[in-house]
Design a protein around this ligand. Structure first.
Ligand code: 4NP
Length: 154
């Protein structure tokens, strides 16, 4: 079973949404995956996802309420097959944090998809449409990543 960790900055908006969306889409395809999320920062450790993100996700049928934020740990670089960064800064930060003997693939999440952007923009300081945009990109990215995993396993 592949193990996937989504990583953003605070672990209260983008990566929890990606965790929830990917989990639902994998289940619909009958794919068994282990999925978590984490942040490169610890400001929100222990908090549930941002209420605006939870509401927007709930409207599309994804329940994020069970999630609690945590910071990326050294062990993550060995326990997961993929660390999927939501934006380029998260990707750069992960490469800097990574122990030299890491065993995971550190990738930009949307690089698996054909979206018009490589980055899932941080919605924290913006309006409601930012959260919808994040979910649109994540839904597209999740389908693309699952297609990639399915192609790999053939
Ligand atoms: P996230 O969004 O990285 O998608 O969880 C953010 C949440 C909180 C902060 C920044 C980004 N913050 O600075 O507190």
């Amino acid at each position: 079973m592949k193990r996937i960790l989504f990583v953003c900055l605070g672990n209260i908006c983008r990566s929890p949404a990606a965790e929830g969306v990917m989990r639902a889409k994998a289940r619909r395809r009958g794919l068994k995956l282990y999925i978590e999320s984490a942040g490169t920062g610890a400001w929100h450790a222990g908090d549930p996802p941002d209420a605006r993100m939870m509401r927007a996700a709930k409207r599309r049928g994804y329940d994020l309420s069970y999630q609690r934020a945590r910071k990326v740990t050294d062990a993550d670089f060995f326990e997961f097959d993929f660390l999927l960064a939501m934006d380029l800064a998260n990707h750069t930060d992960l490469l800097e944090l990574a122990p030299p003997n890491r065993e995971c693939d550190i990738r930009l999440f949307l690089d698996f998809a054909d979206c018009e952007t490589r980055e899932t923009p941080d919605p924290y300081y913006g309006g409601d449409q930012g959260f919808e945009r994040v979910l649109d990109l994540i839904e597209e990215g999740a389908e693309a990543f699952l297609n990639y995993l399915e192609d790999e396993s053939e």
